[in-house]
Design a protein around this ligand. Structure first.
Ligand code: SAH
Ligand code: SF4
Length: 394
């Protein structure tokens, strides 16, 4: 992100929750199927099985994504019996808005409760420079893909209470629909930079992307969709092989194994060389630049020599660099460097002719760095205490 987001608990004791690289864990996702988890083809298959003609799938999609219906009962051009049947098999929503928090610069953060009571957040950024999309990224929505996160990056709030489950595709899609409804704004750029590691929920992520992109769905161009990952190399390659021209952002944050390992446990599983090889594979397959996200953390990765190492890897992979001064997270001790130090870092990249921007945050004033709003709302009994939050070591 909108780096406001993360919530993984860097201090989770080993053996609690899934470990880096674990397969998709047990889920308490909704019992009944969410209609918004289905692509048009899948809706068609279900309707065919019910003896319905082919055109019905488009009718249903038009009700959901065109007219924004909220129940099968509203679908007045469907036979009443079919509406009942569908309502018996599938459920419509999963997201109940429970809090909105707006910042001075009009960044809006939405907290939603899922059917099982879990909380997730989405952030709407009404105007931001064109960091990911094409000409200008107006009305960017940052969406979550998991409840919590298992990857335990040490600077990140998203996961301070561990990982609970993957979001269903319909719960991802519904963040877009609900925020459009609540804000009255059409979203024209989506970044998967909310809570969770998108590529660890690959199948549901790709289904959601398909629905968001489809003309029969939300109809947002693939180039206006950015997936961010902490560096899951095999899934980056998998993404490279599929046809949609979505954009990819890598949360690099360290340009040597030494630095990266210190703050991102995922680097042990996929060291820099493995990650960079997957990145090169992606840029070659997609004929597309990717973006390295690089949070500037005081005394950790903000020295001129760090900038030189970053320039080397960015040149190798053909990546643009997006630097983000670290957003303070309550309970963690990391700091952002002062502006002079930030400028010195940027000057090294500029001298090396690396396309680089620095993002001075919107939404910074919402105490709300994404998981924080969620945390403020959770009962204390669900929180994992931050008692060990003083140590930065591995
Ligand atoms: N799990 C994915 C996507 C969600 S995190 C990933 O890691 O890429 C979205 C971005 O926010 C990541 O680049 C992450 O490193 C960054 N981020 C997390 N905590 C932050 C903080 N306190 N300040 C600034 N950026 C942060
Ligand atoms: Fe936060 Fe992303 Fe790391 Fe998860 S993978 S802890 S969401 S930065």
């Amino acid at each position: 992100m909108i780096p406001l987001f993360c919530q993984t608990n860097p201090f989770l004791p080993l053996g609690v929750g899934p470990q880096v690289g674990d397969a998709a864990p047990m889920s308490t996702a909704p019992d009944r199927l969410l209609i918004k988890s289905l692509t048009l083809d899948e809706v068609g298959e279900r309707l065919r099985a019910l003896g319905q003609p082919a055109y019905r799938a488009k009718q249903v999609a038009q009700w959901i994504y065109g007219k924004r219906a909220k129940s099968f009962a509203e679908m007045s051009d469907l036979p009443a019996g079919l509406r009942q049947q569908l309502a018996g098999e599938m459920t419509f929503s999963g997201l109940e808005p429970i809090r909105t928090l707006g910042s001075k610069d009009t960044t809006l953060k939405y907290l939603f409760r899922l059917d099982d009571g879990a909380l997730i957040e989405s952030v709407l950024i009404p105007a931001s420079p064109a960091l990911y999309g094409e000409a200008s990224d107006r009305r960017t929505l940052c969406v979550s893909t998991q409840v919590g996160c298992a990857y335990g990056c040490k600077f990140c709030a998203s996961g301070l209470d561990g990982w609970s489950r993957n979001l269903e595709a319909g719960e991802i899609v519904d963040q877009v629909l609900r925020v459009e409804e609540l804000s009255g704004e059409k979203i024209n750029n989506i970044v998967f930079m909310g809570m969770g590691e998108p590529l660890a929920n690959y199948a549901n992520l790709m289904k959601a992307v398909t629905i968001i992109n489809a003309p029969s769905g939300i109809g947002l161009g693939a180039r206006h969709i950015t997936i961010s990952t902490s560096g899951l190399a095999p899934q980056i390659k998998q993404l490279a092989e599929q046809p949609l021209q979505v954009r990819l952002a890598i949360s690099l944050h360290g340009a040597t194994d030494e630095v990266r390992q210190q703050i991102m446990p995922v680097n042990r599983k996929y060291p820099l060389a493995v990650l960079l090889e997957a990145c090169e594979f992606y840029t070659q397959r997609k004929k597309q630049w990717l973006t390295f996200e690089y949070i500037l953390i005081e005394g950790i990765n903000d020295r001129p020599e760090d900038a030189r190492a970053l320039a080397r890897v960015a040149r190798k992979v053909k990546a643009k660099v997006n630097c983000i001064p670290y957003n303070l997270v309550e309970g963690l001790e990391w700091k952002r460097p002062d502006e002079a130090r930030q400028d010195a870092f940027m000057a090294v990249l500029e001298a090396a002719r690396i396309p680089a921007t620095i993002r001075r945050e919107k939404g910074h004033d919402i105490a709300a760095a994404c998981g924080q709003l969620r945390r403020q709302t959770m009962p204390d009994s669900d929180k994992i205490p931050l008692q060990s939050a003083g140590t930065h070591g591995n």
